[in-house]
Design a protein around this ligand. Structure first.
Ligand code: 8GT
Ligand code: MN
Length: 560
């Protein structure tokens, strides 16, 4: 429970910064916007202030009364813990009033802050004893590579995939996105725990653990294994889907179609003479190598090659290793790179040159460049559109010469057909992405992963901060939608986008933000005069944007 204790008055009775006279300075109220919405909060804030209440703009230690609508006490507590963590002010939470909105509305009606009564108070559950607070969004918590619950999360007959992750993957094969995410969230929460889970009580008050996950965990805690996980893992469909989607270039849809036609593994694709596209042919050819984990050493060797290529074609270019290896993983399924140059625009046209350089050295077994990963993704190895961005990107397969020490591990790993069976080289999947320098920070963040982390980071930005984050930019959704009234953005078809329009969209949003910051009306002239070091082509680009807005076409998804 939250003890009642009022803080010391520190503020003098003067008109506040909003021009209203504050009559009740010792009661500092903060209204939580979550579930209430911005407009209702703003209405209540104005009304309260007009009656002399002190309503704070943001949460701080001086707040004495937190009011919220339709949130539980635990939710409010979690919100506050989250707000105060960096400032190490957790101790002060216990002296706060956590109240239902009725306290504020009744107080406003009475024109004076009411004595807090029990019915106003939000009920909170007792603190879980076993754990520190684990927050709801994956982006808010640490998920160490080596965590405390491997005994629980590593499946009985395999040390490579965790039970909840098997169920998540199975849900993905069934195209059940909700269930996939739910299992991934549960697994991520277990990894974040500071100690071993031994009993179900240890999981009390943790976020993101749904009934289904809890049932599975319970079975494992009690019986050492979960029947559902074991059945799933052994099912013909799961194994076939795993084998077929294990072919580079084969997505869930194609794999499912082939499964229903009776095909079970990559050799069935060849045996039955399935029509395979160029990517899938490479996928089958290098199947064994591409399904063997890539080690950190191998990633570093490839990093050296790509680094050479990049610097050779454009001096000063920057190469960053992203993906799992940037998160510190020891192995991965591919190697991801981001390429940029400190001079904006210098990176344009770089990709083909880098690829030619690599090809000339005999390092490429396969490559396919794309500017539009939305279209590419349909049958590619990538599944969910929220991971996608608009950068120029190359899916490739590298030929990596094996050093003596590595080659021992790959001996006998012959591919499906043409692949060399000797130990002298192996095939490795490599993703190359080129980003303009101005978007490099967002691109690095986005490409570092993990997928759940990125997903939750975006969700958190949107739901808790009212910001929109993509691999290209971060901006205040509300301010942008205010100006555009968003209709034209929402109703535009995805296919209307090409990369140029997209670049301009990002650019446009930046101009817009400047105008909003300087409180100028958005116009070509104002944007140009804003001192945002706009490139030379600014005004024509902006003119185009204004016309896009007027004719309700052009750009879309950043607002979604
Ligand atoms: P891995 O060790 O299995 O390779 O794991 P990973 O490195 O974490 O996954 P990945 O599939 O190689 O993707 C790296 C990260 O890039 C992911 O976390 C994903 O969120 C991010 N990402 C993007 N855009 C795209 C995209 O278009 N496709 C893929 N696959 N990932 C993307 O930002
Ligand atoms: Mn990767």
């Amino acid at each position: 429970m939250v003890p009642l204790k009022r803080r010391k008055v520190t503020h003098p009775q003067t008109p506040d910064q909003h021009g209203e006279t504050c009559k009740f300075n010792d009661v500092a109220i903060f209204i939580i916007e979550r579930k209430m919405g911005a407009s209702r909060k703003s209405f209540l804030t104005q009304l309260g202030r007009s009656k002399g209440f002190r309503i704070e703009e943001s949460y701080s230690p001086s707040v004495t009364h937190v009011v919220s609508e339709n949130n539980t006490g635990d939710e409010v507590q979690a919100w506050i813990t989250n707000e105060t963590e960096e400032k190490d002010e957790k101790a002060s939470i216990c002296s706060l009033h956590l109240l239902d909105i009725s306290w504020l509305t009744e107080s406003i009606a009475a024109e004076s802050p009411l004595q807090v009564q029990d019915r106003h108070r939000l009920k909170t559950s007792p603190k879980p004893s076993a754990h520190v607070a684990v927050k709801s969004y994956a982006c808010q918590r640490r998920s160490p590579l080596n965590h405390h619950n491997t005994f629980l999360t590593v499946s009985a007959h395999s040390n490579t995939q965790e039970p909840l992750e098997i169920l998540a993957e199975n849900a993905e094969f069934m195209e059940n996105e909700g269930r996939n995410i739910a299992f991934r969230r549960s697994a991520s929460v277990l990894k974040a725990l500071p100690r071993v889970v031994r009993r179900m009580e240890d999981l009390k008050n943790l976020p993101c653990l749904g009934g289904h996950s809890l049932r599975v965990i319970k079975e494992i805690l009690e019986d050492g294994a979960s029947q559902e996980v074991e059945t799933t893992k052994q099912s013909e469909q799961f194994q076939a889907m795993k084998a077929l989607t294990g072919v580079f270039g084969v997505g869930v849809k194609s794999a499912d179609r082939w499964f229903r036609e009776g095909l079970r593994n990559p050799s069935d694709l060849i045996r039955t003479g399935q029509k395979l596209n160029h990517t899938q042919q490479a996928g089958v050819r290098y199947y064994n190598d591409l399904n063997k984990p890539v080690t950190k050493k191998e990633a570093e060797a490839i990093s050296d090659m790509v680094g050479k290529a990049v610097r050779a074609v454009l001096p000063g270019a920057i190469l960053t290793l992203t993906g799992g290896f940037r998160r510190g993983k020891e192995v991965g399924h591919d190697v991801d790179f981001l390429i940029t140059h400190p001079e904006e625009g210098a990176e344009e046209g770089m990709m083909p040159k880098v690829l030619k350089w690599l090809e000339d050295q005999g390092l490429l077994l396969y490559q396919k460049t794309t500017r539009n990963s939305y279209l590419e993704s349909r049958d590619g190895p990538e599944r969910a559109p929220h991971h996608m961005d608009r950068f120029e990107r190359c899916f490739s397969i590298f030929k990596l010469e094996q050093t003596k020490e590595c080659s021992g591990t790959t001996a006998g790993a012959a591919g499906m057909s043409e692949q060399q069976s000797g130990p002298s080289w192996r095939a490795v999947r490599v993703d190359l992405v080129v980003s303009p320098y101005s978007q490099f920070a967002y691109a690095t963040l986005g490409w570092t992963g993990s997928k759940l982390f990125e997903r939750d980071l975006r969700r958190w930005a949107g739901q808790e901060r009212g910001m929109s984050l993509s691999n290209h930019a971060l901006y205040d959704s509300k301010r942008v939608s205010d100006v555009l009234s968003c209709k034209c953005w929402r109703h535009t078809r995805q296919s209307a986008l090409n990369s140029n329009t997209f670049k301009r969209t990002v650019f446009f949003i930046r101009c817009l933000t400047v105008c909003l910051d300087t409180k100028k009306k958005f116009s070509v002239e104002n944007a140009r005069c804003s001192g945002n070091s706009l490139p030379d082509q600014a005004s024509s680009v902006q003119r185009e944007f204004l016309s896009c807005i007027r004719s309700a076409r052009g750009m879309t998804h950043l607002c979604a």
